[in-house]
Design a binder for this molecule. Structure first.
Ligand SMILES: [Zn+2]
Length: 279
């Protein structure tokens, strides 16, 4: 290398150094995230302290968590080996209330998917959110009349409610009871959002008559085709909980429903569906 050639090479060297630094930083970030997943995933019990959520739905944790009992009069916890039936006490109480109310509405009972890990935080598999004890997944399959065994809870398949080709709800499966269940969940003031597949949102937009104000809380989001995701707001006593932006005032039926796609769902155009991580 001659002295004369150095200035020419300097930009290249600088860029190479920057790239190396970025790569090292990225590697560090990945391992920090992995460490957080490992740490939170290893906790079998909650942090004993007053109930408090810290951070945001997709980056945080919580103390004072309680577990939803494996069985209740009108619910059963699915995939119990995951140990994700923990939540802020307000969330657990709300799931129990929804289970009771839904049964009164004619839904046999709730099959409960993931809530949170005992202390929240990121999970080793699935879910970007569910980290602060304020999110819960509830199956769109009604609870069977007979109790499920442990093995059934681990292995039973959920019913996909949306056709993977058309992205529309399978009409043979959708019932007025499904609509009533979502309406009931949306009726609680603490519930801020309910995430459903865009096909399900479209079905509600097309069929709900009378009071449609609750549709504001029903948000289209890919996935969510065998379960819905119920999110409650930050609870009192959690000053470190970061609230999510409020949903718009309208029912959200006049916009494209594809959650990021510019195309409308159904009708003449078809939306290519990309599977995204569960939320
Ligand atoms: Zn979820």
């Amino acid at each position: 290398m001659t002295l004369r050639s150095l200035p020419d090479r300097k930009p290249f060297l600088t860029a190479a150094l920057a790239l190396l630094t970025l790569t090292a930083l990225a590697a560090g970030a990945i391992s920090a995230e992995q460490r957080a997943k490992d740490l939170f995933g290893a906790k079998k019990l909650p942090a004993v302290a007053p109930a408090q959520s810290f951070g945001f739905y997709s980056k945080g944790c919580f103390t004072g968590g309680v577990a939803l009992p494996m069985d209740g009069p009108s619910w059963e916890v699915m995939r119990p080996s995951r140990n994700r039936r923990w939540g802020h006490p307000a969330m657990i109480a709300l799931i129990e209330k929804l289970a009771r109310d839904a049964r009164a509405d004619g839904w046999p009972g709730l099959l409960i998917g993931d809530v949170s890990q005992p202390r929240g935080g990121p999970m080793m598999t699935g879910h970007a959110s569910h980290q602060i004890g304020l999110d819960a997944d509830i199956w769109l399959t009604p609870m069977p009349r007979r109790p499920l065994t442990f093995a059934e809870r681990e292995n039973m398949s959920a019913t996909l409610m949306v056709d993977e080709k058309t992205h529309l709800v399978k009409d043979a499966l959708w019932t007025p009871a499904h609509t009533r269940l979502l309406k009931r969940a949306a009726s609680y003031p603490e519930v801020e959002r309910i995430l459903v597949n865009p096909g399900i949102k479209k079905k509600l937009c097309d069929t709900v008559t009378g009071d449609r104000s609750w549709l504001r809380k029903i948000r289209p989001f890919w996935g969510h085709d065998y379960h819905f995701h119920m999110r409650i707001g930050c609870q009192p006593g959690s000053p470190g909980c970061k609230a999510q932006e409020a949903t718009p005032d309208d029912d959200g039926c006049g916009k494209p429903l594809a959650g990021g796609s510019r195309r409308n769902l159904g009708g003449r155009t078809r939306t290519r569906m990309r599977r995204r991580p569960a939320t």
